[in-house]
Ligand binder design. Structure first.
Ligand code: SOE
Length: 386
């Protein structure tokens, strides 16, 4: 019997569009999948640019209206790689049209929108997944297996930091990521959402938070052009309407405590997404800037040899690693997107829930919102249940 095909439509073709395109282009070459993704159509607002993008990345066609994409009978999966303000409308329309939906993070601006998206996907009976790609780093997936197997015992505290520096220069011009109406939040939503998702993945649900946010540079040169994390200034200046940094403390539902820090203002830190989790029997630590390594300390190692050991998570038995290269032939950022695409395809092919689903995406938005409530009230805020 020939393998079923899954026709993919990608909305957005900038930084995330490239990351998703390379995933769709490579995933079936490395993973043994039970459905064959087909790069059917890519959609973006600039007709000439998106057509060029389609040719370069191997999409069969391109268009400029996402509504057209959602209405097509020959599309099975809608992959949303656009800024946050567009997610809800596209995801709901796609689900209602019976398409499976893959959506960039953070899932939505507000918990209300996130719930709407989750409900639309659930009632349409389609698969839904948020692209929290760092779950798909082999070393992070290994940490999850080790925590679940009790290898560090009961988790007591955990710290999550996500530091970047691309906004340190006050002359760096505006782009959509610095506008509340397009991005929702600044570092809090963009980077904090990853940290929260990793915390929920590895430690569990968060019950209460207290935090603060800060915008250090409140006005920047106006936007001329921008692409990915680079931008060229235009005329005049524009007000920054999101945070540059956010910090918060958290109480996990199971009793553990945690701290979170997200900033784009940490000189020298490029994509320093790091966690350290301390349990009753050991600790685990990981940082994206050295993503193939998981540091593990076990209290019951023999005293003389006790110390953090570095596991290179590239052995065939490590999560995802067996699909790629021989041990030690390191993996990078792009692999996380391919690994996510593989999981989504298999979930669809086997009619299983994809993870993290829109419910998990909504729980993350609930934590982001609770931090905002705590900032308004100056007190601890409970995380709303979904
Ligand atoms: C920019 O801060 C950014 O591209 C985020 O939007 C991504 O989610 C993160 O993975 C890398 O940094």
């Amino acid at each position: 019997m020939s393998q079923p095909t899954l026709n993919i439509a990608l909305i957005g073709y900038k930084f995330m569009g490239r990351a998703h395109s390379q995933a769709w282009a490579t995933v079936s070459k490395f993973f043994d999948l039970d459905a064959q993704p087909v790069m059917k159509v890519v959609c973006g607002r600039d007709g000439a640019a998106v057509s060029e993008f389609a040719k370069r990345w191997g999409w069969q066609s391109s268009c400029t209206d996402w509504r057209e994409v959602v209405a097509r009978n020959d599309v099975d999966v809608v992959d949303i790689s656009t800024p946050g303000y567009t997610h809800c409308d596209i995801a709901v329309a796609a689900a209602q049209a019976g398409k499976h939906v893959f959506c960039e993070k953070p899932l939505a601006f507000t918990l209300e929108e996130a719930r709407t998206m989750r409900d639309a996907a659930k009632s349409a009976g389609v698969k839904h997944m948020v692209n929290f790609n760092y779950r798909r780093v082999p070393a992070v997936a290994l940490a999850k297996q080790m925590i679940d197997a009790g290898e560090i015992g009961e988790v007591r505290h955990a710290r999550f930091t996500y530091l970047q520096d691309w906004l340190v220069d006050p002359q760096f011009p505006m782009n959509w990521r610095l506008r509340a109406d397009a991005a929702g939040n600044g570092a809090h939503g963009d980077l904090g959402s990853h940290a929260i998702d990793l915390a929920r993945f590895l430690v569990g649900d968060i019950a209460e938070v207290v935090g603060m946010k800060k915008t250090f540079i409140e006005e920047r040169p106006a936007e001329g052009t921008s692409s990915g994390l680079t931008a060229v200034a235009g005329e005049g200046t524009e007000k920054v309407t999101v945070d540059d940094a956010s910090l918060f403390l958290a109480k996990f539902a199971d009793g553990a405590i945690g701290s979170f820090e997200a900033t784009r203002m940490a000189p020298g830190r490029k994509n320093y997404n790091r966690f350290e989790i301390n349990g009753s029997k050991g600790s685990l630590a990981w940082c994206f800037e050295d993503l193939n390594y998981l540091d593990f300390y076990a209290t019951d190692d023999p005293g003389r040899a006790r110390g953090f050991r570095r596991i290179i998570a590239t052995e065939g038995e490590h999560p995802y690693a067996g699909a790629w290269w021989p041990p030690g032939h390191m993996m990078g950022y792009d692999h996380t997107f391919s690994n996510a695409a593989a999981d989504l395809v298999q979930a669809i092919a086997h009619d299983k829930c994809a993870s993290p689903c829109f419910g998990a995406g909504a729980k993350c938005v609930a934590v982001l919102e609770a931090v905002d409530k705590s900032i308004e009230s100056g007190a601890w805020a409970a995380v709303e249940s979904i």
